[in-house]
Design a binder for this molecule. Structure first.
Ligand SMILES: [Ca+2]
Ligand SMILES: [Ca+2]
Ligand SMILES: [Ca+2]
Ligand SMILES: [Ca+2]
Length: 152
């Protein structure tokens, strides 16, 4: 008990006599052999979001996006929002649909078969009323009704 109180008094100086080692490398020495969670440890930094785009350092590392740039591909939509909307945060031609629907997460995995009855329709792209290119498979988890109008 005496030893503990002595350490408590010395703690402000870092309690280096008892610790000395910094297991996780955050700059604060261990106390009684246990690492002190000071928020700077290497293992903690993976969960930080320095650019405040909604993705942690670990997530950005996995995706290949820039952890110091909120909008890695510069298309006007932040990395975290692109992930939420199932668009590619590294492709400036791929961004959330202006029409307001989230693109389907499965859109890259759909294999079109043909245009016969009962087939999964092949993918095709058309320009919508917003002037934006829209592909059929972008909405793979929804029913899509196509309305054509022709003018002469
Ligand atoms: Ca981030
Ligand atoms: Ca980022
Ligand atoms: Ca972006
Ligand atoms: Ca993008």
């Amino acid at each position: 008990m005496k030893l503990f109180l002595l350490c408590g008094g010395v703690f402000l100086l870092g309690c280096a006599g008892l610790g000395g080692e910094d297991t996780a490398g955050g700059g604060t020495t261990d106390i009684f052999g246990n690492d002190v969670d000071d928020g700077n440890d290497e293992e903690d930094q993976g969960s930080t979001d320095a650019d405040e785009d909604g993705l942690t350092l670990d997530e950005e590392t996995d995706l290949g996006t820039d952890p110091d740039e909120a909008d890695s591909d510069g298309d006007g939509t932040g990395d975290g929002e692109e992930v939420k909307q199932s668009t590619d945060p590294l492709d400036d031609k791929d961004f959330p649909y202006e029409g307001g629907w989230a693109k389907g997460a499965c859109r890259s995995d759909v294999d079109g078969e043909g245009f016969a009855e009962g087939d999964v329709a092949k993918n095709f792209t058309m320009v919508d009323q917003f002037g934006e290119d829209v592909s059929l498979h972008d909405f793979c988890d929804r029913k899509v009704y196509l309305v054509f109008a022709a003018f002469w």
